[in-house]
Design a binder for this molecule. Structure first.
Ligand code: PMP
Length: 434
């Protein structure tokens, strides 16, 4: 028996499903999850000693590649000074200033430990600022696992085909109005039907938890306009896209396209922790100042702004310069073009979709015209993706174990790593077809 299988069997005896986050269990692709023991650059190594070119990148944080020397050095140095003080540190201010320098709409920033906390706090702030309760969210958008945000939420819920979560009280679920992404008429209808009651629209800056589904041109500006015309706020969730889609997240991609949107509140995560737990809620100063201790909205965290985690995030952002983003862009385009060519050669219908440097590939006849929303995303051929996934894994390439996720490249994907991906593609494309 493989060591991965032994570890999985043992884990299932003490950890629900053997994993601490559902998608890791390979539920939709089948097979035994690989238990990782180390990661370096573009590669991860499993418990059987096999290495894989990694296209998961810890689901986003490993922007520079795994174990980047500057990040490890910063973490070790910070750890030597103290693991946690429960008191403010200068590095928290430095990280907040670095974030604001890239995203000016983040006038003030509060660090938390997970994206879930960031969106949860953003919603509490929006409700406090507007004195309203209702929240608009889009089907297929994932904003973490707080009670009000699990309706038709994409990510692991899409992977496991769950409409929402058990254990959420109906009155809480009823505060969230779920509609189709990129559907202007549905948004207008909701604001008509619930006049004066909607606190905020929360949207992923670009959908990336049902595969990559960017906003249609003008859609995000439309959301900002309609929210503000109706006294509501716009919350942009950049947990996944932030500092990955571009140097300033998906906001930077919109800016470059001439669509200048200033969200009232923004959630960040993933890259700003460089692989350790850091996330943030940010936005307009007068709204952010509603947070305790300056205001009446309570939010706190024993390990918020943890010095070791902040050191990892700061080192990651400091090293993520223009050259890193050029590399990410070029690696992503090479991998996507090669994969698409192999699928075309094998006669597998598919479409590649982009959000800045972030992309994913949908498989199946129903997606070739493009995927604008969750209904289309769920019509994809997830079984074909599963066969593709396993063929790639067998050839030493680790893709996300679900058809509903983005493919994550890093700046450490060099020619050798790309060559291994390219070599694996023709057989995987054949497997997807059969
Ligand atoms: N928002 C988005 C857009 C995400 O992709 C995620 C996590 N994948 C979250 C929020 C939740 O973040 P976390 O897992 O750190 O709670």
């Amino acid at each position: 028996m493989s060591r991965n299988q032994e570890l999985f069997d043992r884990a299932r005896g003490v950890i629900p499903g053997g994993v601490d986050s559902p998608v890791r269990a390979y539920g939709s692709v089948g097979g035994t999850p690989r238990f990782m023991v180390s990661a370096q650059g573009a590669y991860v190594t499993d418990a059987d000693g096999r290495d894989y070119v990694d296209l998961v990148a810890s689901w986003g944080p490993a922007l520079l590649g795994h174990s980047h020397p500057a990040v490890i050095e910063a973490v070790v140095e910070a750890a030597r000074r103290g693991l946690s003080f429960g008191a403010p540190t200068a590095a928290e201010t430095e990280l907040a200033e670095e974030i604001r320098s890239r995203v000016p709409a983040a006038e003030k920033i509060r660090l938390v430990s997970t994206g879930t906390e960031a969106t949860m706090t953003a919603i509490r702030l929006a409700r406090a600022a507007t004195g309203r309760d209702l929240l608009v969210k889009f089907a297929g958008h994932y904003h973490g696992h707080s009670d009000g945000l699990l309706a038709q939420a994409g990510s692991g819920l899409a992977t496991l085909a769950l409409p929402g979560s058990a254990g959420v009280p109906a009155p809480i679920a009823a505060q969230t109005l779920v509609i189709g992404y990129n559907d202007r008429a549905a948004v207008e209808e909701l604001f008509r039907a619930h006049e004066g009651k909607i606190a905020a629209i929360i949207t992923e800056a670009a959908g990336a938890n049902m595969g990559v589904v960017p906003p249609a041109p003008g859609f995000t500006a439309f959301l900002s306009d309609i929210a503000h015309r109706n006294g509501a706020l716009l919350i942009s969730d950049e947990v996944l896209t932030g500092f990955r889609s571009s140097r300033s997240g998906y906001a930077g991609v919109l800016d470059a396209a001439g669509e200048h949107v200033v969200p009232d509140l923004i959630a960040f995560g993933k890259v700003i922790g460089g692989g350790l737990p850091v996330a943030a809620v940010a936005g307009r100063a007068e709204i952010m100042d509603l947070l305790a201790p300056t205001g009446p909205v309570y939010q706190a965290g024993t390990l918020s702004g943890n010095p070791v985690a902040v050191a990892a995030g700061l080192a990651t952002l400091t090293h993520a310069d223009e050259a890193v983003y050029r590399t990410l862009d070029s690696v992503a385009h090479t991998v996507a073009a090669e994969a698409s060519a192999a699928l075309t050669d094998a006669g597998v219908p598919h479409v590649v979709q982009w959000a800045g440097t972030l992309f994913s590939i949908f498989f199946g006849e129903s997606v070739v015209g493009g995927v604008p929303d969750y209904a289309t995303a769920t019509s994809q051929d997830a079984d074909a993706y599963g066969r593709f996934f396993h063929a790639m894994l067998g050839a030493g390439v680790s893709l996300p174990p679900s058809a509903f996720e983005a493919w994550f490249v890093t700046a450490a994907h060099d020619d050798a790593a790309i060559a291994r991906i390219v070599d694996a593609l023709p057989a995987a494309a054949e497997a997807a077809r059969s």
